[in-house]
Write a protein that binds this ligand. Sequence first.
Ligand SMILES: [Cu+2]
Length: 342
Amino acid sequence: MELKYGLIAVPILIAIFVVAISNGGQFLPGLDSQTQEISEQVHTQVADAEEQKVREYTLVIEATDIQVSDNAIWHAWTYNGTVPAPTLKVNQGELLRVRVINNHNLTHSFHAHLTDYDMKHDGSPVNVLTGVGAGSMIPPGGEWTYEYNMDSWGTTFFHDHASSEGHGIKDHILQGLYGAIIVERDPPKTYVDRDIVIVMGEIGFDVERTAPGPTPYFIMNGKGMPGGEHALGQIFEEQGIEGVAAQFNYTMPVYKAKVGETVQFHVINLGDVIHSFHLHGLEMTSSAVQRGTNIQGTTVPLVQGTLETFIVKPDKPAMWLYHCHVVSHADAGMIGLFIVEE
Ligand SMILES: [Cu+2]
């Protein structure tokens, strides 16, 4: 049976491709790449007679209901209403200042995997134990402003580092409190046309099932389609290409780029189990962990709390699948599409 499903999935993806080609090379027109906007403020401050640019963001922690499938609502906890949080972009040499307001009914924090900051901005339980920056573990209704010097460049991430009675740090993170930080190097990488952030993980504990059937568990950017490729094939059989398109950025993260662009993927595992990221059909050149080398076998291994950044240069129109190569996770929902248009 499993072989049969695999054989079905391939022709279906080819069928999607043919539909797209017959449409003038435009894959499902009207679909915009998914973006998460966040406003920022930039100004210059003078400290110790040295000028430094300050980049400021505000994040609000709040309960957010997310319809993750036709039969499930995730009562998530979010920074600014999305999972993952909006990506914070900052330049090497700047001061990153993040004001975090806690509008949720539990204590939370903002803990960034960065290296040049005062301990009072750690956002971990040690702040409470030592009394240094105890407020960085933010009680309900409170706020804290975290500051970091951006000495080095690259991609990293942040997450809640609090726990509460009945909910460990695992629950606090998987409920949705995480996001990426991209530190642009000085001078900037002007050759990158597009950044795509993908955070892999498992869904939090508070998912309400509203109808029978499987619900998403393994997710990328908060999205997962139980049944994976097989489920996608069934949707195509029953509802045609429109049914497939209806899943885009609903149960399946979908990103677009143009032929000839240089696209940088930032793939992060903030789950509690190992994930791996496999992108079909494109040479992946590492710009982080394996810097400068091609990623062998086009699969990135990601243990918990790690990331890889890589560059692809698509040279022809295509619809490429990407998925966790712990393939049971792909079956359970971890699939997505990278669409390259003329
Ligand atoms: Cu996985």
